[in-house]
Write a protein that binds this ligand. Sequence first.
Ligand SMILES: [Cu+2]
Length: 177
Amino acid sequence: MLKRLVIGLIALLFVPALLASCGSDDDGPAGPTLTGAWARSSPMVVDAGAAYFEVTSDEGDEIVGVAIDSSIAGTAELHETVMVDMDDDMDAEGEGDMDMDAEGDGEMDMGGAMTMQEVASIPVAAGETVAFQPGGLHVMMLGLVEPLEVGDEFDITLTFANAGDVVVTVEVREEAP
Ligand SMILES: [Cu+2]
C-alpha cells in the first residue's frame, strides 16, 4: 500500500516535468547550451576585450563564427591563446604567425610567452563541455566603442554549423562567475 503510494507520488512529480520538457521542445533537437558568459572590464587605454563562456551540445556541433553588434565593437573573432616556446627562435616552425601584437590591441607586448591566434572553427563534441576561458579559447572583441565596465551586458552571436545562430548575453565582471 505504502509502496504504491510512493510510486504514485513519484509519477505525479515526474510526469508533469516530462510533459513540460517535451512541450518546450518545439524547435526540434535541443541546440547548444551556453552558460556563464562573462568578459573582463577593459582598461580605458585598450580598445579590445575578450569574452568567455562554456558551451555544450547534446548532439555535437561546431562553432564556425562569431559576430557582435557594431554599437559594441568593430568586430569579434574566435581566438585561442597559445604558449610560445621562448627558448627557440620565435618562429622556428616558419608559420609566420608570430607577430606579437599584429592587431594592435596592446595585449601581447609584455612577457611574450603567450600569443593568440584566430581560429576558424571550434568543434563541440557531443556531451562535452568546451570552456572559453582566460589563457585559452576566447571571443576577441576588437575596436570596442566604449570600455567594458563591470555591470555592463552585451550580446554576441555565435554561429554553429548545425544549430545556426545562438545569441549569448555576456556580463562584464572582474572574475569568472
Ligand atoms: Cu584574442
